[in-house]
Design a protein around this ligand. Structure first.
Ligand code: MG
Length: 395
């Protein structure tokens, strides 16, 4: 009997709190696998090109990835890798179903049964990138920058069992001269960090607190913020300065009294190589749905390990991408936690038939073949960005 081959590659963009491009691979024997890409322009077109290259071939993932990277233009870095990442997970999902093994086994086995998850609590109110004002409704208030909100959100996440929580320190636009400002004095630095002080006073040391700077600051402002954050013992300060200049990141890292985490905008081992070799981050924080896939994540983790740099995973995905992250994270030695961004999105768990995959602040990758969760197509289609895609997705 001949091996099954790839019949089609489809994508459906679901409007969650972010856009979630869900990839579906179907084999000639009817087996179906799912994956998820980090959002970005042109993903459907890139996957169409990839489909032309891999259609009719067996599921030899190493070979297929090399084929796509060789023949799809601009695959070294950038959005082509967002598309490849989702496709690669879908290929692992079908490979698992073909062999009867969970993805973590195919990646070499696991070192932990359950993977910690941290709750991203934004700025005391939710972020609903795809839904305009909805985040305000969900947060139950229009005032995001309010210490009571921060504390309320912290307690909510702690009540769900999370041992790590993360807040933003984005400067409100009304405090800026232009939206492009990066340099602020102590008036604004103290204002932004005071919320974190409020949370620390309220929660004591029952939870670890991380802070996201969203690349918003210049080097001196980032260092000033880091010094304030040190008073509240934050676990990490993420993306203090823009990602392109690794030397600037390193300068912040060397002068910051709190650990610096970064990496969610970087692609491939090749970009992480500079970050890790220059020792510009205390913690790397890659996005697996963007950087090039699960195998690429493992390679990056091995390099980081040589420098004693721990890994945490940036994640804005649906449960499909989140579970893929849990499989690879279960196989990484010094791993901290996977991000969860959807505390404000009540239907996030419904995207898979298994329901809520995060329990008491952990994900346990299932022993079932492949990802171990199945897309709930009805829910995905209900929130689809465009109906043309739905028809194609259903095939
Ligand atoms: Mg971030």
């Amino acid at each position: 009997m001949s091996e099954p081959t790839i019949k089609s590659v489809r994508v459906l963009t679901v409007m969650g709190n972010f856009e979630w491009p869900i990839v579906k691979v179907e084999l000639s024997n009817g087996l179906i696998g799912y994956g998820e890409c980090h959002r970005g322009p042109g993903i459907r077109e890139i996957l169409r090109r990839a489909e032309e290259l891999i259609k009719g071939r067996e599921v030899n993932i190493e070979y297929l990835l090399r084929l796509i990277r060789k023949h799809v233009p601009n695959s070294e870095w950038g959005v082509v890798n967002n598309a490849i990442s989702g496709l690669e997970t879908a290929l692992w999902d079908v490979k698992g179903k073909l062999t009867g093994l969970p993805i973590y086994e195919l990646l070499g086995g696991k070192v932990r049964d359950r993977v910690p998850v941290y709750a991203d609590l934004h700025a005391g109110a939710g972020i609903m990138e795809t839904g305009g004002k909805r985040w305000v409704e969900l947060a139950g208030t229009e005032v995001a920058y309010n210490v009571e909100n921060y504390i309320k959100r912290a307690r909510e996440a702690m009540g769900m069992g999370f041992k790590y929580i993360k807040f933003d320190v984005d400067v409100p636009e009304e405090m800026m001269e232009t939206e492009f400002d990066r340099t602020f004095g102590m008036r604004i630095v103290k204002f932004m960090t005071s919320f974190i002080g409020g949370v620390r006073d309220a929660v004591k040391y029952d939870v670890d607190i991380m802070i996201d700077g969203h690349w918003a600051f210049s080097v001196p402002t980032a260092i000033a913020i880091a010094r304030e954050l040190a008073k509240y013992d934050v676990f990490w300060f993420e993306d203090p300065v823009p990602p392109e200049n690794i030397d600037a990141m390193r300068e912040v890292r060397l002068k910051s009294p709190v650990p610096i985490a970064t990496g969610e905008k970087l692609y491939r081992l090749s970009q992480f190589r500079e970050l890790i070799e220059k020792e510009a981050a205390d913690i790397i924080h890659p996005d697996v749905q963007r950087l090039g896939g699960l195998l690429e994540m493992k390679k990056i983790a091995y390099l980081a390990e040589e420098y004693y740099v721990p890994v945490a995973i940036h994640n804005i995905s649906s449960p499909i991408g989140t579970m893929a992250n849990a499989h690879v994270a279960s196989a990484i030695g010094d791993f901290i936690a996977i991000e969860w961004h959807a505390i404000d999105l009540p239907w996030w768990p419904d995207m898979v038939r298994e329901g809520m995959i995060i329990k008491d602040g952990y994900i346990t990758p299932p022993k079932k073949p492949g990802l171990g969760v199945e897309l709930n197509e009805r829910v995905a289609i209900e929130h689809a960005r465009d109906q043309g895609e739905v028809k194609e997705f259903l095939g």
